[in-house]
Design a protein around this ligand. Structure first.
Ligand code: UDP
Length: 339
């Protein structure tokens, strides 16, 4: 089967492409390289032993997208292409709505007219906001996200539910917790542009001396050590969940399917625990200072991922330390490329 992977050269996308190729799917990548680099395509080929078809364009360009659908018999899509910086989305909300939602709608228009089903959507645990109870399962009530980025994820989910219902299609909404780590070959990983916003890339750059100190945003939260708690999920585990979710959609005999899964480890880790785990895993020091809380941060979020285990036969398998080891190897690889 042939799967369109939008944003397939991005962080989670590239790892998922590898898993799809390993499972004998044909892959067509559309990626505008706004948050990736062309060498990732070569890395995918090295890791998977096959080179996917690649088209560099922006999905808002409907006519180019249509040509891809004309040229290939596409059986499904995993849609990773989206802007994802929470802070930036507050400054440029229109760019976020335009990019994340127009591209989604353009793909769905093609799905509609060509009678294609099987659509997997990258959603996020931000759709839950600060949940009243932990762990968060799929029935936990959604709250209005703080950021425009989070709102594009909530709106994307609604668009897909309406699409699946109106046109009898199969969709799967995957709500990621905090993805971390890199491929065990150290050939694929996250490429943060500029100063990283996310914790693990910042920790990594601090350990390597690019950043002087990690700023820990607040140690006065109501958690065991006062720092905020998240559920850090290894990116290769996450990638594998996409293949399982896709296989389930394909195997389903129902006309309309709306699957929703939380993808996390089920375990919460505080910022300080992540720092310590990084230091232990890699035998390096991560200097830090405690700062004021960051605006918009919630105290605690971790998943109940039992539904994914029960229905997809998927479970996170990689420990926090192991994931953080791969991050460090990736950082060393990036530095060797630059030297
Ligand atoms: N964090 C931090 N320093 C940083 C980046 C993040 O203390 O430089 C904290 C942040 O306040 C949050 C956690 O690390 O509690 C995870 O943040 P991240 O931005 O990686 O993901 P989020 O859960 O906010 O999407």
């Amino acid at each position: 089967m042939t799967i369109l992977v939008t944003g397939g050269l991005g962080y989670i996308g590239s790892h998922t492409v590898v898993e799809l190729l390993k499972n004998n799917f044909q892959v067509i990548i559309v990626d505008d390289l706004s948050n990736s680099e062309k060498f990732i395509l070569d890395s995918i080929e090295k890791v998977a032993g096959k080179r996917p078809v690649f088209f560099p364009f922006d999905l808002k360009r409907k006519e180019l997208l249509s040509q891809v659908f004309d040229a290939y018999q596409i059986d499904g899509c995993i849609n990773f292409a989206a802007y994802k910086a929470v802070g930036e989305s507050q400054e440029k909300p229109l760019d976020y709505y335009e990019n994340n939602l127009f591209s989604l709608i353009n793909i769905l228009q093609e799905f509609k007219v060509r009678n294609i089903s099987n659509f997997i959507f990258s959603s996020s645990c931000t759709v839950y906001g600060q949940a009243d109870e932990q762990p968060i399962d799929e029935n936990t009530p959604l709250k209005t996200p703080e950021s425009s980025y989070g709102k594009t994820k909530q709106m994307g989910e609604e668009i897909l539910k309406d699409f699946a219902t109106a046109h009898q299609r199969k969709v799967s909404l995957l709500r990621y917790f905090n993805p971390i780590g890199a491929h065990p070959t150290a050939l694929l990983g996250e490429l943060p542009i500029g100063v990283p916003n996310n914790l693990v890339p910042y920790v990594t750059q601090t350990a390597s001396g690019i950043r002087e100190k990690l700023n820990i945003w607040g140690n006065d939260y109501e958690t065991e050590d006062g720092t905020a708690v998240r559920d850090y999920i290894y990116v290769v585990d996450l990638a594998k969940a996409h293949v399982k979710a896709l296989q389930k959609l394909i195997a389903s005999n129902e006309d309309t399917v709306i699957d929703i899964y939380n993808l996390g480890t089920g375990k919460g880790s505080s910022v300080l625990e992540v720092v310590e785990a990084f230091e232990t895993a890699n035998d390096v020091k991560v200097p830090y200072q405690i700062c004021e809380r960051r605006a918009g941060d919630i105290t605690i979020a971790y998943a109940n991922a039992d539904k994914a285990e029960k229905e997809l036969g998927w479970k996170a398998e990689t420990s926090l330390e192991e994931a953080l080891r791969t991050t460090w190897e990736w950082q060393k690889y990036l530095e060797s490329r630059n030297s």
